[in-house]
Design a protein around this ligand. Structure first.
Ligand code: ATP
Ligand code: MG
Ligand code: FE
Length: 344
């Protein structure tokens, strides 16, 4: 099926078009520069930017894909979770497009879409797949028997998301927003063993109660304290070493728990998705540890890890291919949609 997907859960206006498991186009307009001076995404600014970018981005996508909108078989849209006003722009646009074209509408879960995007990169998902979703708002381990309707959460962060920790540490180090890519770059010149930062929820006791949960707020605080102490002593802050040591602590915990989740559930395929999956150290460490454990690893290319429309189109195409019932046309935007609900 030819499916157009719309994504507006945060600050990216994404329109992707796929044909079955083939990506035709992934058009993204981001308002990230408008948020940078606030040090975080401002919801009203994001909603307004989506309104302005939506029609031009849909037009650009259909032009670059070389298709006519009349030819799409279905329209898919992120219906949650995300910023309420931002989601509303995407959902209203998708409804209008579906009605105008007389085509079915699928309101899908943003987190499931972060998983489904890898189908256009690496082909059909083994069933089940273990998915680790690490992004600006989420950090979860998901057992995925069927990405179109059965996703089970094994654990998630009990405080900050991994991407949030990257962004906060970047701020402490004086790096721009959003900080993940800057920490990644700075860390390449640093010594990852320079500081032994805490690995949250990995003590023996925590592994009983929070086996597949994560915690990054203690780590973030430890980094801030370490940097403050240095500054108080009038010493220069070794930015690259702090970035590398912080990044090592995050990736160590993430990959350790992901491999354990695979082992204990008898799953041989691990997929990592979400913005933090673009991190070079995470990708390298996950590959090493999966190789050692006999697990096949799949990670989408960095451009498909962060928010985009292709992920929504990819999940929509799976919905159509599997004969799932379309969503109602009065489909709501659900800012706190749980990951267990794949379709609205
Ligand atoms: P969610 O998907 O949970 O709703 P989101 O949509 O804001 O959150 P994404 O766009 O998937 O999140 O990811 C953005 C996050 O990924 C930001 O926190 C950003 O710093 C982080 N990120 C992007 N690239 C990298 C990188 N190379 N290393 C570490 N973090 C990164
Ligand atoms: Mg973003
Ligand atoms: Fe996302």
């Amino acid at each position: 099926p030819l499916v157009l997907g719309i994504e507006t859960s945060c600050d990216e206006t994404g329109v992707g078009i796929v044909r079955g498991e083939t990506l035709l186009v992934d058009a993204v307009a981001s308002s990230v520069d408008e948020h940078a001076r606030f040090g975080g995404v401002v919801p009203e600014v994001a909603s307004r930017a989506h309104l302005e970018a939506m029609v031009p981005t849909i037009e650009r996508a259909s032009r670059e894909a070389g298709i006519r909108l009349e030819d799409v078989d279905a329209v898919a849209v992120t219906s949650g979770p995300g910023l309420a006003g931002a989601l509303l722009v995407g959902v209203a646009s998708a409804k209008a497009l579906a009605v105008a074209l007389g085509k079915p509408l699928y309101g899908v879960n943003h987190l499931a879409a972060h998983v489904a995007v890898d189908i256009v990169e690496h082909g059909p998902l083994p069933e089940p797949t273990m998915a680790m979703l690490v992004s600006g708002g989420h950090s979860s381990l998901l057992l995925v028997p069927d990405v179109t309707h059965d996703i089970r959460s094994l654990g998630s962060t009990i405080d900050d998301a991994a991407g949030e920790a990257f962004d906060k540490v970047a701020r402490v180090l004086g790096l721009p927003f959003p900080g993940g890519p800057y920490v990644d770059r700075a860390a390449r010149e640093g010594d990852a063993a320079y500081i032994d930062f805490p690995r949250g929820l990995t003590s023996r006791r925590d592994m009983e109660r929070h086996r597949f949960d994560f915690s990054f707020s203690g780590l973030k605080t430890a980094v801030a304290r370490w940097v403050e102490a240095r500054e108080r002593d009038g010493q220069p802050v070794p930015v690259a070493d702090v970035a590398a040591s912080f990044q090592e602590a995050v990736t160590d915990v993430l990959t350790r728990k992901a491999v354990l989740a695979c082992r204990e559930n008898g799953v041989e395929d691990l997929l990592i998705g979400g913005g933090v999956a673009a991190n070079s150290r995470l990708r390298a460490m996950a590959q090493e540890r999966c190789d050692a454990a006999g697990i096949r690893l799949r990670v989408p290319r960095p451009g498909l890890c962060t928010d985009n429309g292709a992920m929504v189109a990819s999940l929509g195409a799976q919905m159509v291919a599997r004969g799932r019932t379309p969503s109602p046309l009065d489909l709501p935007a659900d800012s706190s949609m749980p990951v267990s609900l794949v379709q609205a």
